[in-house]
Design a protein around this ligand. Sequence first.
Ligand code: KG4
Ligand code: ZN
Length: 340
Amino acid sequence: MIILSIETSCDETSCAVVKDGGEVLSNIIVSQIDIHKEYGGVVPEVAARSHIEVLLPVIDKALKEAKIGWGSVDAIAVTVGPGLMGSLIIGVETAKTLAWTLNKPLISVNHLVGHIYANWIDREVVDFPALCLLVSGGHTILLEIKSHHTITKIGQTKDDAAGEAFDKVAKLLGLGYPGGPVIAEIALKGDETRFNLPRPMTSPLDKKNGNFNYSFSGLKTAVLSIVKEGIRKDEIPDLAASFQQAASDSLVTKVMWYLEKNKDIKTVMLAGGVAANINLRETLKAGLDKTEFKGSFIYPEIKYCTDNAAMIGVAVFYNQNFVDPLSLEAFPSGIGRLLS
Ligand code: KG4
Ligand code: ZN
């Protein structure tokens, strides 16, 4: 089955051609980072306009790179939400029009489910039950995946998403946008033990109460207080490294707590933009090595962690949600179907 997939939920315009739920024949991504950089974050109206300008050429390029024509496409898949409404509409309306005029089936995909399925790219088997830490710019959710159709939420952030915290802290430290990659880079030169930052919601009482939720706004405020007190320029790498380690520790702690109680988990996986963070991967690996967990620890290749259409084309292979091209509508918020 050959899927042409479209992803425009935020500031990346992407189209991919994916074969049989794992083989990526092409994955074109046009990032708007340079456009939004000067504003220090994504400007929704500008993002939508930019998707309009580049989406059709991106689709053409995806077909060319996959060396196929429309005749070989079995279905069109599109991200329907969550995301920025203006951005989503461009992808959804384009997909609807293509499906209707070319008489192809149309499949809608939840963006978060797409992130999870990036773990299936170039990998045939993922053993269930799996525990997934989904960490992106808009969401931070711990999920148990019992089967392709049973994805259950265990906990989620009560305020900022992990990626949002990286972005806001980078702005506070004057490091630019997007925050995740710049903090990760500057943190390489820093000492993560230099500043004592909080690990919110990880107290023994939280553990006793089975609190699998996250919170990052207090951590961000702690960084802000240090900045307000005044730090030298040469201390910024230490503060970035200390923040990154506190964020990783907070995220990983809940994974460890869940594994302690659920010994049947066979796979632990990361997904979403923050899954690209090497410190998070290493902190989780180190945590798992200290437990009796004998399953697999997996995460997508860095290029499939952040927003891309390939993950959307993979997700539909396992979760086909055929829709009427005339009635599909984008949903900007909420986590939607498949995540109970
Ligand atoms: O999944 P994604 O591309 O978009 C959303 O669905 O939100 O995630 C984007 C987020 C941004 O907040 C960005 O700062 C973060 O992922 N990110 C990272 C890294 N690369 C991207 N965070 C930490 N370390 C990274 N290397
Ligand atoms: Zn995303």
